[in-house]
Design a binder for this molecule. Structure first.
Ligand SMILES: Cc1cc2nc3c(=O)[nH]c(=O)nc-3n(C[C@H](O)[C@H](O)[C@H](O)COP(=O)(O)OP(=O)(O)OC[C@H]3O[C@@H](n4cnc5c(N)ncnc54)[C@H](O)[C@@H]3O)c2cc1C
Length: 399
């Protein structure tokens, strides 16, 4: 049976992408990525050749002009071949945030930045979180002040993905800062901050997974940025930043489905092979029942994740509202990391002591998927969004 939510073109794209990624992101390459703690050049080049960098940007600026459903397919397929999730993040963060420059950036910035980003020659991240505030964006300390022909920025950002990747490519982060200090989130402005600007000092963290990608923070000391790097209108940053989060959240849900289904497939192969008390593990109901539950959840997640991305695509065509798409995406991002974590944990358990060894693919996936309980908005924030729309009567009504 075909996936009802894909067009014929998307089905064909998925097939050729799956084969391509299996050939280029091999288990050996994944080990190399973990050991060197960076994305190998050959993987980067393979992603660039298949036009996987910033594909939501139109062809006019060098992108592949994907819709969000197709962007989700890439996340799912990368998760199947890279259990560390590093390439998934390397793909989905620039994809979601370059889209914001494409949708709301100035023409000058688009001409300057997007052709490099879409070729994988410039990394584009997101910097909203700070040491003392993540979910509560209205209390951030980073400020932006207009000056002649531009702005001056002061503050600090923490737990930011792609610090080294941005530094090495003269790239930067779509950044949120407070312009009107008295107005809370209503006074925030969004802009592009090149990480090699004078006045920026970076630091790197060690994370529990996603070894190929860097995470860290930076201090911003009187950094001047040109007017053309403004994204959207001044003091409207909080309202538009959610479009970036939502694209990322929808793709993350597809990543969760891809990682967990691959882990369950590995568990099935093991259960059929491994014998205990005279018969294969797969013969025991104690194995079959949890397998059936995790498999069903993943099938439902996958359906819903693509549906949510489709609602986001429809929103851009005026066929769904902002609130409907926010809620649909939040539902996928709430259950994706939670259900995938449980499914992968089960796949580890099935494999006995081997499940706990560093060689086991599933423990890599478990560590990667756990990050999505926070990154691009926590599970609790997803619950707040869903409840807000249900209580407010603006919930998705397309059922
Ligand atoms: C691997 C990784 C990569 C990341 N990459 C980036 C990045 O590239 N850019 C970036 O800007 N950020 C990034 N983050 C940060 C992430 O966005 C934040 O962790 C997240 O927004 C939560 O902020 P916080 O960590 O400050 O937690 P807090 O907001 O302080 O929350 C702490 C806990 O309280 C809960 N909570 C908060 N408010 C409420 C409430 N009203 N009701 C109930 N519970 C609540 C939260 O859900 C959380 O569990 C990354 C995080 C991780 C783990």
């Amino acid at each position: 049976m075909e996936d009802w939510f894909f067009t014929e073109e998307q089905r064909m794209f998925r097939e050729s992408l799956r084969e391509y990624l299996q050939n280029h992101i091999t288990p050996e390459k994944v080990v190399e990525m973990e050991e060197k703690r960076e994305i190998p050049r050959s993987i980067h080049d393979a992603m660039a050749d298949f036009e996987l960098f910033c594909p939501l940007v139109s062809e006019e600026y060098g992108g592949a002009g994907f819709d969000l459903v197709t962007a989700g397919i890439v996340g799912e397929e990368l998760a199947r071949v890279d259990p560390t999730g590093s390439t998934c993040v390397y793909y989905l963060v620039p994809a979601s945030w370059s889209r914001m420059i494409y949708l709301y950036g100035t023409e000058e910035a688009k001409q300057e930045l997007l052709p490099k980003m879409t070729k994988g020659r410039m990394f584009c991240g997101i910097a909203s979180t700070e040491a003392d505030t993540g979910s509560d964006l209205g209390n951030m300390i980073t400020t932006i002040k207009p000056i002649r022909n531009g702005y001056v920025v002061n503050g600090a950002k923490n737990y930011i993905s792609g610090i080294r990747e941005a530094r090495n490519t003269d790239g930067g982060h779509v950044t949120l800062a407070r312009q009107d200090l008295a107005a809370g989130v209503r006074g925030c402005t969004l802009f592009f901050l090149p990480l090699n600007s004078k006045g920026i000092e970076i630091s790197l963290d060690r994370e529990m997974g996603r070894e190929g990608m860097s995470t860290g923070g930076f201090h911003i000391d009187n950094v001047e940025i040109p007017e053309r790097y403004l994204i959207g209108e001044e003091k409207r940053g909080f309202y538009i930043i959610h479009e970036g989060y939502e694209a990322a959240r929808g793709i993350i849900a597809c990543v969760c489905a891809g990682a967990a289904l691959k882990a369950l497939e590995n568990a099935v192969a093991y259960m059929k092979e491994r014998k205990a008390f005279g018969q294969p593990l797969a013969r025991y109901q104690g194995m079959q029942f949890p397998l059936a539950e995790h498999w069903s959840r993943m099938m439902m997640l996958r359906d819903w994740a693509y549906k949510a991305l489709r609602i986001m695509d429809q929103e851009k065509q005026g066929k769904a509202s902002r609130m409907e798409s926010s809620q649909a995406i939040a539902m996928a991002k709430l259950w994706g990391p939670l259900w995938a974590f449980d499914a992968i944990n089960f796949a580890m358990q099935v494999q006995g002591a081997y499940g706990y060894s560093l060689e086991c693919t599933e423990q890599k996936a478990l560590r990667a998927i756990r990050s999505f309980g926070w990154a691009e908005g926590t599970s609790e924030v997803m619950r707040l969004i869903i409840a807000r729309e249900v209580l407010g009567g603006t919930s998705w009504k397309g059922y």
